[in-house]
Write a new protein. Structure first.
Length: 366
């Protein structure tokens, strides 16, 4: 129980973020803490002048019969703030490492490569902010749809034989693919910049500690209230990919020799990335778009937390225990399917590794 009059740390910022949800932003950790609207009201009284008992008396004065329930709710709320290090006198969370380059989250070590994207993208973002948002989205979506249509048409009608895709074409396509992934992440960063919630950095993450993926840190997108903007932010990479897919398809259809083979192989990689990025069983752009469109937050986190507590036979925390039975079953099923899919990917990557090495060696040998 909190003994001294509770008070929020002075540096904390209370804002209204996505879907007008109250959030506490902690600049020490860079984390956002979601609270209820009732909790937001209580925060206004945490100024260090009222004790816990004062708060209970004040908030239950209109209905003394509910004083016991209010007392329990206040204790739960204050304990949560204390555990998160948000109250004066609470144990402060650990500060980021001095370099700020390496960070970890559950099953995903991350290395930040650069934090300068906002500065570089702002001149472009400033110009695009003056254009109608609906028009920009429409142009991006139509171009992407055209590109993917051309890409799949090329894939099924004009792909060179597999033996032509080995050797130098494989090495060149792999190198270009790295640039393509960089452009994918830059598209996310550009939309975030336009929306006024710049990304914190561009880096590389190891999903489940073994699968390398590029990423941009879009944590501050929580500050943006509208669902439409968050959906566009989630889909920005996929929309930009469609335009590059059109280029690959056009080169594959209208060239010959090494250029055709490289473009065709790159096209195959791009369409494979489309399928992966739309898969909601991964923390993909497709999953994030669904989460943004429906107003869900951290459904994957709840799913894996339920699995973890069930396997360990631990008591569920309140935010999980309050879920309906149907919601819990749905989260559990999603978590199990996600784990099974990741195991399948790991198996496929392990068996594909010798083939990839052979292609690279044959390219070097030529």
């Amino acid at each position: 129980m909190i003994s001294s009059p509770p008070k929020l740390r002075d540096e904390l910022e209370v804002i209204r973020g996505m879907d007008d949800i109250p959030l506490i932003f902690d600049p020490v950790t860079g984390n956002y803490h979601r609270i209820t609207r009732a909790g937001e009201v209580v925060l206004t009284y945490l100024d260090g002048t009222r004790t816990r008992d004062d708060l209970v008396h004040f908030l239950s004065r209109a209905d003394q019969e509910r004083a016991g329930a209010v007392s329990q709710q206040i204790d739960t709320f204050l304990s949560a703030l204390d555990r998160s290090g948000l109250l004066e006198g609470s144990e402060l969370p650990e500060k980021p490492q001095a370099s700020g380059r390496v960070r970890t989250s559950m099953l995903m070590p991350r290395i930040i490569l650069t934090r300068s994207l906002p500065r570089m993208l702002e001149p472009v973002a400033a110009v695009l902010r003056n254009a109608p948002a609906t028009l920009l989205v429409l142009i991006a979506a139509l171009g992407a749809l055209t590109g993917y249509t051309l890409g799949f048409h090329t894939l099924f009608t004009a792909m060179p034989p597999p033996q032509d895709l080995a050797g130098p074409a494989f090495l060149i396509a792999t190198g270009v693919m790295l640039l393509y992934v960089l452009m994918h992440e830059t598209a996310h960063a550009l939309v975030a910049q336009i929306l006024g919630t710049p990304v914190r950095g561009l880096g590389v993450a190891l999903l489940f500690c073994f699968m390398p993926v590029a990423y941009v840190d879009r944590t501050d997108a929580y500050r943006f209230r509208g669902r439409g903007g968050r959906v566009v932010l989630a889909m920005a990479g996929i929309l930009s990919d469609g335009w590059f897919c059109a280029l690959s398809g056009a080169f594959a259809l209208n060239s010959a020799g090494l250029l055709r083979d490289t473009a065709a192989l790159l096209l195959g990689m791009q369409l494979l990335m489309l399928v992966i990025n739309l898969n909601p069983l991964m923390p993909s752009d497709g999953y994030t778009a669904i989460e943004s469109a429906t107003g869900l937050t951290n459904a994957r986190g709840r799913a894996f937390a339920l699995l973890r507590h069930t396997i360990r036979r631990q008591e569920l925390p309140s935010h999980l225990a309050n879920l309906s039975k149907m919601a819990r079953r749905g989260h559990m099923a999603y978590g199990l399917f996600s784990v099974a899919y990741v195991c399948f990917l790991a198996y496929a990557m392990f068996h594909a590794l010798p083939v990839t090495v052979d292609l690279a060696l044959s390219a070097v040998g030529r």
